[in-house]
Design a protein around this ligand. Structure first.
Ligand SMILES: [Zn+2]
Length: 269
């Protein structure tokens, strides 16, 4: 788990002027010592956290008070910080009711939409700053507040009120639940959400329904069984894979024709 150790934010008014800033170190609960990579990336020391860090819950209380306001839009550079925030909420506060964030925009996605690039890979904040011709103090990069200033600078360069509307999401609690939901492959053949025996098994050749020759077995988190098409007379290995996502179950099936020897043996059994 990624524990938040610093929150930084800048508040912009309608004319995109910085009207307020927020900065708070957080005393980690689980992480006992910062990793070398984290220390060199952020220049934050264990001593600094011990001296100036406060518990996550307290920091959030202050931050939510600071950020409340009519029609605010929250932004962050890629939604990974939002993901980490939601995860920390879940872990330390036991819920994902981040009620002070009612609208959200991924600043990275927004800025990238103004760039002509060969691939769709995510661009770092520093690279975006460079591309937009912004001067960057590399030494101070990756401290929460410095990154915010730079994000704001990038955003200002390409601000377009109409276009921005397409990038702003309304955030109810399902927005955050969805953000941290981890999809998984279903291995239980029969449950409230999925029943492998109710799946129509389709012949790849004639698209007709096939029958099961034997029961399903669970192989590599998929359900597999020999099947037969009565119309074509062919025998197949059918594999059904069911993936549970936040609001649905995605089912895939694949049938591969069995070699004759194996098909004969199945028949005998
Ligand atoms: Zn068939």
């Amino acid at each position: 788990m990624n524990e938040i150790i610093e929150i930084g934010a800048v508040k912009l008014n309608e004319r995109l002027e910085i009207v307020d800033t927020f900065k708070q170190l957080i005393l980690p609960k689980i992480t006992k010592k910062l990793s070398g990579r984290c220390k060199s990336l952020t220049n934050i020391t264990n001593e600094e956290l011990k001296t100036n860090g406060i518990p996550f819950a307290d920091a959030i209380k202050d931050f939510s008070r600071w950020s409340r306001g009519e029609n605010n839009v929250f932004m962050s550079w890629s939604n990974s910080d939002l993901y980490v925030l939601t995860n920390n909420y879940q872990t330390f506060l036991g819920n994902v009711n981040i009620d002070f964030i009612t609208r959200y925009c991924d600043a990275q996605k927004y800025c990238m939409s103004f760039m002509e690039r060969e691939n769709n890979n995510q661009i770092s904040l520093a690279d975006c700053g460079n591309a937009f011709g912004i001067e960057i103090d590399v030494k101070k990069l990756h401290r929460a507040l410095t990154d915010c200033y730079l994000t704001a600078e990038c955003f200002k360069k390409v601000f377009d009120k109409e276009k921005l509307k397409n990038f702003v999401h309304d955030c109810d609690s399902s927005f955050f639940e969805r953000l941290i939901y981890k999809p998984y492959l279903i291995t239980n053949p029969v449950s409230d959400i999925f029943n492998v025996y109710e799946q129509d098994i389709i012949c790849p050749a004639c698209k007709g329904s096939m029958v099961r020759v034997k029961d399903f077995e669970c192989v590599n988190k998929s359900f597999r069984c020999p099947t037969k098409c009565k119309k074509c007379g062919k025998t197949y290995w059918t594999t059904i894979r069911a993936k549970k996502t936040y609001d649905k179950v995605e089912v895939n099936q694949r049938s591969i024709e069995m070699n004759r020897k194996k098909a004969k043996k199945i028949k005998k059994d």
